[in-house]
Ligand binder design. Sequence first.
Ligand code: GAL
Length: 981
Amino acid sequence: MNISESSAYVEDRSPGSGRLRPRAAFTSDAPVIPLDGAWRFRLATGLDDLTEGLPEAGFDDAAWELLEVPSCWQMAGIPGKPGYGAPAYTNTQYPFPVDPPRVPEQNPTGEYRRAFDVPDGFPIEDTVLRFEGVDSCFAVWLNGIRLGDGKGSRLPTEFDISSALCPGRNVLAVRVHQWSSGSYLEDQDMWWLSGIFRSVSVIARGIEDFFVRADFDHRTGRGTLSVRTTPSARLSIPELGLIDADPAGPYTFEGVTAWSDEEPKLYEGSLTTGGERVGLRIGFRTVAVVDGVLTANGRPLTFRGVNRHEWHPLTGRTLTEETMLADVLLMKQHNVNAVRTSHYPPDTRFLDLCDTHGLWVLDECDLETHGFAYANWRGNPSDDPAWLPAYLDRAERMVQRDKNHPCVVAWSLGNEAGTGQNLAAMAALIREHDDSRPIHYTGNNESGSYVDIYGLMYPGIDEVEAIGRGREQRTTDPAEDEHRRGLPFIACEYAHAMGNGPGLLAEYQAVFESHPRLAGGFVWEWIDHGIAQVAEDGSPFYAYGGDFGEEIHDGNFVADGLVFPDRTPSPGLVEYKKVIEPVRIVIDASTRRIGIRSLHHSRDTGYLRFSWTVEDDGKPVGSGELSVPPVAPGNETLVPWPDDLAAAVDAAAKEASGCEVWLTLRAALAEDASWVDAGHEIGWGQGLLRPSTPPTDFTLAAALVREDAITLGVARFDRRTGALTRLGALDLEGPRLDVWRAPTDNDELGLAAEAAAWRAAGLDRMHHRTLTVEPGPSGLVVSARLAASGSCSGLGIVYRWTTRQAGAGADATGLRLQVTVTPEGDWPVPLPRLGVSMSLLGTDADVEWFGRGPGEAYRDSQAAGRVGRFRSTVVALQTPYVRPQENGNRREVRHARITTSHGPSLLISGLPVIDLTARPWGTAALAAADHHNQLRPDGRIRLHLDSEHHGLGTASCGPPQSPQHVLVAAPATFAVEFAVD
Ligand code: GAL
């Protein structure tokens, strides 16, 4: 056999040969031989290294290694060293010369062999071999007979094996090429991984295909059902009284429950023919664009969505059903109602789970040609007729596979594939097959006249607002412009969740909710694609681009999810959950009423239980239930405080604690749902019932100059530098002005590239110089200056230390610090933070605080922080972003207690509030680390007390920081009080 000739299909633009027509994915009771498990495997270096005789049944593969199928071969040795080849990450660039349809000579090729037995009685005369997903191109032989070849990695391929299959032992051989012409259509922002990465099976063919159409008329409550089948079959849906009926119908049913994300009602039934039974799950629902508004079942639909890649840190794009379920449950538990399957159709079991638990799915085709952007889209396959069959093939395989899922609300042609006639042709083909769902596509931020949803990625808030008002910028083509003006809008990607962030979720959500044309958006993205690794010293970490020696790569841009690689929710997801909560609770203390607004799509709030808690200084002083009449979707109600709540509030008011009293109201599930247990909180609101009494002025103590120090009350200061060294029995390194933070990904990347400007201004290497130390009768005044070498600008500082005269009350140890900062010279850059930092001896400490919590929060990402009393440890306060960076801030802390094992507790009070970050390492170490395992406690606990931070934003991919969250260098004063206990 001439191997190179037989491999011509690799670079051929054709989507494949010898394949069966695409059809719906389904399971039935027809016999199946699952072929998942251990296969014989060899990785050839290229097409000149292929194994002669691989397809032959008699070929001796006993010496070959075993590889699990499904899997991505580069992930075989993970964690640790990759087994075969290595993962490689690029965002938009092709990792090979762009010379379509040619691919590198060094084209790693996985050679797979698998022997299997056909059991007695298996109907071999009518059988199909089904591959759910093979990356990127493959050829298949059964018992030496070539069945065909295929491309389109994230789509199924089937071959008729009726004439090749034999009773007893059979041998399947598959050659999988890492690169192929198909790779040009699969330039998604993710790791390049290869292999038979989804399941393989031999299926006895019975029912070939069927298409369920189940519409819902919201005016009448009527459901209409019709099922097209090949060959003919009988339909039963006992719950609807349909038994052994002709599937074609159409049948109408009065008063059906419509399917929606909130009530994913599925009517179970079956299709039967010739002894085969296919289970059906019918969801009635109608999606339509009405007057430019996206609707489902007659009501406006607003996506609170996420973009989901398939990812697992150990297995790459091969997921178990448990992992898929984990994603669905986590999404549901965080109030997410929609998923864009960026940027390819997912494993079909994921769609089954979305049907079951209720998530709207924007099903996206396996298509991206982003790398052509570097040539200004010259030669883009999307506009080249030679690629048309490959485009149509992908569209058809997606629609045929997924058409029967009620969760699929719209089709997406793909992602970032520029523009062109092939995309228009895909849309036309999809409409021919299925006219019941709208079509979305946005490439290069342009939408063609062939789409039904206007989508943009990373629009600014103002731009979304303008679109909501119908005042978007005109396009060059008037016809296209008019078409677009009539479309609903989605931000198909926004709020880039890379590293610490995204900020601005609340601001975006407010705009989405204020214009019916805006159908919401999908945060980029669900999960960090970190790869589990173990360092030489045994410490675990997550790898990102560049960690496998890639020639070109895009670093940690692959770690931009709302959940960490191990699926722990990041603070960004917790924030998102709060911002998109479907029930909004507003407490009006003046009228003693609670406002409840429902943003539900179809369900009233009757499934929720409302409860209240009153806390004085974060300590509960009363709690109870609140009965709320069910609020219909889109409605709101005002509920007066019940008597027990009013009584608890009155009682708290009488307590002269001088502390803040807060009322918190929670809405939680009254009963178990499929996706979470009863008691799960979906929304909450808080109201301040009584502010704290401001600290009174006191008679000031004098600072005393001793031989070796200056003392002020129980505080000691260095005579020369004026730095605080000791408070009572606690040694510390005194608070000093600090404006530097370890840049976040949003600081580093993006058009404004703030971190670069900060470094250029020297903010990472500021020198502190004491100018004067002036002890006096009312305290100590230290003046200083913070500035960088080479810089003519600086920050003038006055530290004013005061304390109460001894014997003047219980808080006699209270030491107040007022810091006044005056920028000198030019300050063209914002400040990363404005506060003081200090340190204590210790590797960990207990931290208790009253302020926002329990999680991390920043000025533009603090909705999820409720005011209360929280406890943690310094180590636990760290957020392990895949690339280390600023993290862990606790916002608006009124008071905190830090307890190390090296002395008394340090008490800190904001005057009135302060942001608190505590770390077991310093900012420089944090900023220098590439991976989390490089950070080790260094023996000192660093405390940052900030009056403000620069916002987080979402600039790593998106608009620059909103002006209201920019920390401008301007004259400022803030104050904090210390004590020891
Ligand atoms: C978009 C793209 C995504 C991802 C994102 C940045 O342009 O569609 O796949 O790359 O940018 O993370």
